[in-house]
Write a protein that binds this ligand. Structure first.
Ligand code: NAD
Length: 288
């Protein structure tokens, strides 16, 4: 146990002195013209200290898009890592998500204000974490926060096309992003197309199957990875990018953080993209 802890600490200090990824992270433009990195890091299931260490190492490697949520209980530590990096705040694109457990206007405002307090007074992208009873009320309040300059952009998460269309009917600011489960075993290409047709950018959560699925050991992906001299994780993240999806893999392991950001120097062929598309099993990790 102690030996494992030492390894983690050594690995993080190696990453902290390591180089920024050689290739720049591809950028993507949202429907209102906002340009964002197409790859970032997520911090789900990391406690505050782990989130701080992971985000600090990721920033050093060149990550500028970071995905947290009220539900993860690590907003403040995630933001502290951004502050401590010494890199101007304006270079980052930080996402958080409203916990859908609130039903009254007062509770929703209080929750949004708490996130703003945790994260220095402005948030680049605030999402509704999943559909809930008061989501139309929450959306109107979030629109008000955009107009007040507190959020740069707002979006949704886990909205199936029908729920997305319901929100589009009441929205005066169109959602920029819909963050959904998206990986080769649950690729929902029809949903991706519907979101894209509506002008909503898809962001992939659990792009690597959360480490719970065996998607990184899939023989088709292994064979493509061998052909490019890349890891299976890199092939999957590249597949996201070529689908026009923002992707946010999570890792506490600095070697993996480095590997995950180095996906700008190769291209999957149309046939390889199709081969990965064909792996879909509609195997959802969570029933949301
Ligand atoms: P993920 O798909 O990013 O997989 C993480 C797992 O893969 C971890 O076990 C990690 O150690 C391993 N891993 C990472 N890079 C690797 C590599 N190069 N080689 C081998 N293993 C590697 O899982 P995730 O955390 O579920 O999803 C990413 C992020 O998406 C989350 O951290 C969170 O920010 C977001 N998310 C959002 C929702 C939502 O409802 N909106 C739900 C789940 C996750």
């Amino acid at each position: 146990m102690f030996r494992k802890k030492l390894w983690v600490m050594a690995a993080f200090s190696a990453a902290l002195s390591g180089a920024v990824a050689a290739q720049p992270v591809p950028q993507l433009t949202l429907h209102d013209g906002l340009t964002v990195p197409q790859l970032g890091c997520g911090v789900w299931e990391l406690d505050g200290r782990e989130a701080y260490a992971s985000v600090s190492a990721a920033i050093k490697l060149g990550y500028r898009l970071i995905d947290t949520a009220q539900y993860y209980q690590n907003e403040a530590e995630t933001y502290q890592a951004v502050l401590d990096s010494g890199i101007p705040r304006s270079e980052f694109f930080i996402t958080s998500k409203l916990n859908p457990r609130y039903s009254s206007e007062q509770e929703i405002r209080k929750a949004l204000d708490r996130s703003l307090q945790n994260m220095g007074g402005t948030i680049d992208l605030m999402l509704i974490h999943w559909p809930f009873g008061a989501d139309e009320l929450a959306w109107r309040i979030m629109e008000e926060y955009v107009r007040a300059g507190k959020f740069k952009a707002i979006g949704l998460s886990n909205y199936h096309p029908d729920a997305l269309k319901r929100m589009l009917k009441i929205a005066t600011i169109k959602p920029q992003v819909n963050q959904i489960e998206f990986h080769p075993y649950n690729s929902k290409l029809d949903e991706l197309a519907q979101n894209q047709d509506l002008g909503v950018t898809v962001e992939a959560w659990s792009p690597l199957g959360a480490g719970r699925q065996k998607v990184m050991a899939d023989p088709v992906i292994e064979s493509i990875a061998r052909a490019h001299g890349k890891s299976t994780a890199q092939v999957i993240l590249r597949w996201d990018i070529q689908h026009g999806v923002i992707t946010i893999p999570r890792s506490r392991n600095p070697r993996h953080l480095q590997e995950n950001i180095e996906v700008g120097d190769f291209e999957l062929s149309a046939q390889e993209m199709q081969d990965i598309d064909a792996l879909n099993k509609n195997a959802a990790l969570w029933d949301i």
